[in-house]
Design a protein around this ligand. Structure first.
Ligand SMILES: C[S@@+](CC[C@H](N)C(=O)[O-])C[C@H]1O[C@@H](n2cnc3c(N)ncnc32)[C@H](O)[C@@H]1O
Length: 300
């Protein structure tokens, strides 16, 4: 069995322990992301510095991860999961056009387009975009390679911008998450909506004195989340995925974000909260909700 350790092949460049800079890999924005140093998990410190993965703006998802994404998250492709997503987004888009930030392999963009909504995708990883482009119907969904914190795409203004599957957390600083809101606002028509689907941080599930929890334990996918930097709201998600006869190992940092902080970012960027649900079925959002679907409307 081939073992692919994705973590060590991410294209990062450590400048110094207090200043980490991403290479110009954001494919279009031309910007570089600088963030403060975040403490790495203990096991990672065994790895030479130049090979460590350290949090920064966003990481590039490499080919190995892209090739197994659909298989790993096949449950999210089930009609019972996807149909309510597409229903809600299609309703919010009205006549469209819509823009998906972090479009990935097109899980949502392709069926939304099949509903008659013009969809443009923005994606940081050329490997994820390549998976999308190989699918039937992809020719109707143009994809721009770029960073959702900065990249503008052709076709604005949009009636809907959406960012699903917890991907706001892939951007690992508060400033960069705010930039995502600003970039959505800049490409929306007045009255247009920015939809964010993200988990509610599950810190209550971590036992006292512990920093880790298992969030997935399937025969072909084990996932462990470690809360390494509570002050910076950065957790690491570690995955061991078996797909198509290969074992893929993937670790990445995420900046978890509370609903109230999302609302404040939205207000700063010129949005108002229109709705917040616990899921795509529009269930009420409560203190016990583990995820949210928030709809922010751009002020006129
Ligand atoms: C969990 S996947 C979600 C893909 C797709 N939206 C879906 O629902 O299946 C996260 C995606 O976000 C992309 N991504 C991460 N940071 C990004 C950024 N700063 N700008 C654009 N895309 C980004 C990754 O490359 C990856 O394709």
């Amino acid at each position: 069995m081939e073992v692919t350790d994705v973590i060590f092949r991410l294209r990062l460049r450590a400048k110094s322990p207090s200043n980490v800079e991403m290479s110009g890999d954001d494919q279009g924005s031309g910007l570089r992301h600088k963030t403060g140093w975040r403490r790495a998990p203990d096991w990672l410190r065994l790895v030479p510095l130049r090979r460590r993965l350290v949090p920064m703006g966003s990481i590039i998802w490499e080919r190995d991860v892209a090739e197994v994404y659909d298989q790993t998250y096949r449950a999210k492709f089930e009609p019972s999961v996807l149909d309510p997503v597409v229903d809600l987004l299609a309703g919010l888009a009205g006549g469209g056009p819509a823009l998906e930030f972090a479009v990935g392999t097109g899980r949502v963009a392709l069926p939304l387009n099949a509903r008659g909504i013009a969809v443009h995708g923005l994606e940081l990883s050329p490997h994820m975009a390549a998976q999308l482009r190989a699918k039937p119907g992809a020719v109707a969904v143009p994809v721009t390679i770029g960073d959702m914190t900065t990249t503008r795409v052709p076709g604005a203004p949009f009636t809907l911008v959406y960012l699903v599957a917890n991907t706001i957390m892939n951007v690992t600083t508060q400033d960069a998450q705010l930039a995502v809101f600003a970039n959505a606002a800049a490409q929306l028509a007045p009255g247009g909506c920015f939809v964010v689907e993200v988990i509610v941080p599950q810190l209550r599930r971590v036992p006292p004195g512990e920093t880790a929890r298992v969030f997935t334990m399937d025969p072909d996918h084990v996932g462990i989340e470690t809360f390494d930097d509570v002050a910076g709201q950065v957790a690491w998600s570690h995955h061991w995925i078996e797909a198509a006869g290969r074992m893929v190992r993937h670790s990445a940092p995420y900046r978890y974000v509370w609903p109230s902080e999302l609302d404040l970012m939205a207000r700063i960027a010129g949005f108002r909260l229109r709705d917040r649900w616990a899921g795509w079925d529009r269930a009420p959002f409560t203190s016990d909700s583990e995820s949210e679907v928030a709809v922010f409307e751009k002020e006129s």
